[in-house]
Design a protein around this ligand. Structure first.
Ligand code: 4AD
Ligand code: MG
Length: 431
């Protein structure tokens, strides 16, 4: 019995005859030779079948293969410098597992809606596969970063009784006789976990019923949320910078083929090194005003503002100390200037917008209670959260990294819909 080898490992079997299972990605033939482009999930390889090397039946079968037919090919592995995988298969036998008819996604151009309707098949394409591989590597790099620094992973709940990031985009559901919401952020629970375990992080899905149909918003997206006891805003920003530098370096090291498949400008990514620029919200507003934007102190930034601010730099830029009135109830005011909070948004280069939102948290029970009233939050639903300020309150900080926006930036994608296997969008719940 021949050894079955995955395409990414064929290079270790030069000169051997092996079996490869996969699907037909594309086919070319010249009458005497059929070139079968095969994929198996781990990579792509060309199997070359020469008429004079195989039986007539085998050659006829290969000539009739259609896109996305599933198959097993045996052949001899040959080194081939021109091939992206570095190898080619000289085919010996072919077994068709299923001959596919009318695969809907052909090599011609398809519209986005058509591709989104066929997302379950679209993810087989070299481009979508590359994105999903890079997404997985980014997750691996993030986990390794926190695990190596002795953060403990903690999983906050998905069904929650209260809001974390404002009440306007909550997903409501019934929880037996009570009302519940899908989590917008695990942060409040991570603060409790930080008081139990010191330095923690979560990684999970979050939900926002965003009515905005933009290229940066998903309804369901994944967030990494570290939370750190005895940590100031400045220290948190330092860790955010190290995290991003680590993640980009990891992708450059492990995903070169995928980045090339996407046509990503790798030189741009290579410029993501410490230190990142830091500007204040005040400076950002002054910069925008100087560039002709009608914006006044106290206004939030829109996508065009963020893009213009970020365009000044090669690296991501931290914008710090936003007006208290713009930000979430839990952020700690700057003691020197209570009209701003100890927070930062990290804006990615090249127009990808905010990838991290973070802050130092209010640690004073009275001020937190006052914020519940100002934000009209029901104090009873948050009384457990107030307890964290009653029993051994400490300075603490944390942040949330949006996975999909980070993937969009690193992959150089136009829209976040391609960054997640099955995107949930304003008008899309299928497939
Ligand atoms: O800035 P946000 O709303 O911060 C929080 O939720 C905090 N509670 C996090 C924390 O401190 N633990 O969201 C964090 C990040 C954003 O910077 C953005 O990258 C991403 O989550 N994000 C979205 N990504 C895709 N689609 C959406 N609708 C998103 N909303 C936020
Ligand atoms: Mg934010």
């Amino acid at each position: 019995m021949l050894k079955t080898v995955s395409i990414n490992h064929l290079g270790q079997h030069i000169g051997e005859e092996v079996a490869v299972y996969g699907w037909l990605h594309a086919k070319r033939s010249s009458g005497k030779i059929v070139f079968l482009q095969m994929r198996d999930g781990t990579g792509f390889v060309q199997a070359v079948m020469v008429r004079s090397d195989v039986s007539d039946d085998t050659f006829t079968e290969a000539s009739a293969l259609t896109q996305e037919s599933s198959l097993r090919i045996t052949g001899i592995v040959k080194a081939d410098e021109r091939a992206p995988s570095g190898v080619e298969l000289q085919a010996v036998t072919l077994e068709t597992l299923q001959l596919t008819h009318d695969y809907p996604i052909t090599p011609k151009e398809h519209g986005v809606d058509f591709l989104m309707d066929h997302r379950h098949l679209w993810i087989r394409s070299p481009r979508q596969r590359s994105i999903l591989k890079i997404r997985a590597e980014i997750i691996r790099a993030i986990r390794a970063f926190f695990d190596d620094r002795e953060f403990t992973q903690v999983d906050p709940p998905i069904l929650t009784p209260s809001a974390c990031e404002g009440t306007t985009n909550l997903f409501h559901t019934k929880y037996f006789d009570e009302d519940a919401y899908l989590t917008q952020s695990g942060q409040l629970y991570m603060e409790a976990a930080a008081m139990a375990l010191g330095r923690v992080y979560s990684f999970g899905p979050t939900f926002r019923a965003e009515k905005s149909k933009t290229r940066r918003h998903l309804i369901e997206f994944w967030m990494i949320e570290p939370e750190m006891a005895f940590t100031t805003h400045e220290e948190s920003v330092e860790i955010q910078e190290q995290l991003i530098v680590h993640v980009v370096a990891h992708v450059l090291r492990h995903c070169e083929l995928e980045l090339r498949t996407l046509g990503r400008d790798i030189d741009r990514l290579a410029k993501v090194v410490s230190p990142f620029p830091k500007i204040s919200y005040d400076e950002a507003v002054a910069f925008l005003q100087k560039n002709g934007h009608e914006i006044t102190w106290g206004d939030d930034f829109g996508a065009p503002h963020e893009t213009e601010i970020a365009a000044q730099y090669e690296q991501p830029v931290f914008v710090e100390r936003y007006p208290t009135s713009l930000k979430a109830f839990y952020m700690k005011p700057d003691p020197m200037r209570p009209e701003v909070v100890l927070c930062a948004d990290l804006l990615a280069p090249e127009g990808y917008g905010e990838i991290i939102g973070g802050s130092q948290r209010i640690d004073d029970a009275d001020l937190l209670f006052q914020r519940f009233e100002e934000h009209q939050l029901p104090a009873d639903a948050y009384s457990w959260y107030l307890d964290l300020r009653k029993y051994g309150s400490v300075p603490h900080s944390g942040f949330g990294l949006g996975l999909e926006r980070t993937v969009a930036w690193i992959c150089g994608l136009e829209h976040v819909r391609e960054t997640i296997p099955f995107p949930r969008l304003l008008y899309r719940l299928y497939p």
